[in-house]
Design a protein. Sequence first.
Length: 387
Amino acid sequence: MRRIRRKLGTAGTLGVLGLLVVLAVPMANLVAADHLDSPVISSRLELDINDVYAFAGSNLDGPSTVLAGTVSPGAFVSDFGMKKDSKYILRVDQNGDAVADLAYTFEFSSRPGQQGQQVVVRLEEGSGASSLTPRGRVVGSGRTNEIFSGRGGELFFAGLRSDPFFFDLDGFRGTVDGLPPLRFDGSTPPIDALGNNPTDFFIDLNTLAIVMEVPDSTFGGPISVWMTTSARDSSGNWIQNDRMGRPAINTVVNSSGPIVQAPSGQKVVYNAAVTANDAAFTDAVVNALLAFSSLDTEGPYSTGQATALAGVLLPDVLPFSKASSLPAPLNGRALADDVIDVELRVVTGGDPLGLFDDRDADGGVNSDGVGPHTDYLSTFPYLGVPH
């Protein structure tokens, strides 16, 4: 198939707010859906996964699905690291066992005198898709900040985009971690709570994005999606730096703040784990649900209820079926889906799906008061142009 490339507009720097985030704010404090959920990742921000998306596409001739992952919070350059020591992998499970059946690996390299990076996309199928560093055949190649077509009718993009995530970070810091809002002037305002003074911290920030649109025939039905990033350590061994399916699972469940009080370092353990083994984190999820649901006027979940919900939240994958009517992130996640409101309601004791006879739909915190951005695109790659 003839390769199609279309140059996209890019921005070399962030706006003033974004630059202040990068230069003046301790990045370990910038935690949100999954932005910098682990302190270890701060030395390789380009490997830190922010968010994962799965939704219906509209840019191919037939029915299609869009998978996307964003990395590097507060990004201001299109640099994904080098091909030889970093890999970005979108993994797809086709049979519900939380083991990848397809793995799309994005590898990056640079050449002196050339603008941007070369991008190679490989597809591994079968048992090799679950390996730490799947290889597979090349299905597409291009350059960062350009759209390029794949050999199976796909569209691919990797580059700098507007961060689609929307969230009241200051309120989250106050409610979950007991920390004051982030202020660039060095002041320390009083600790705030979610929804009290809602401000979208991410409205002017950029991120690095990997986006692909694939014919539905490639997947053949319902899927589950997650993303991993891997890099070589100082000894040359490959390690998994980060992983993510649904938003905020690691950030909330393994919070060491005053509500959950998870052990220090648990987020690092979680990020390095294999998705198929997520049952090992059931107790941690149950403990977090019991702690957060105590904010509800109805009181905390029973242990049985929390255990049942843990079975829904784990394994940490993002299921997507076009036949399902469940809300995101129980089924897919589009850019404008307010997944934080859904998760806040459920985690803090609400039962919007009517699963439990003794609970109503409202939780202790039902919203962060922040809504979707207005710069999403109707065409591929869907994420807004950089600020």
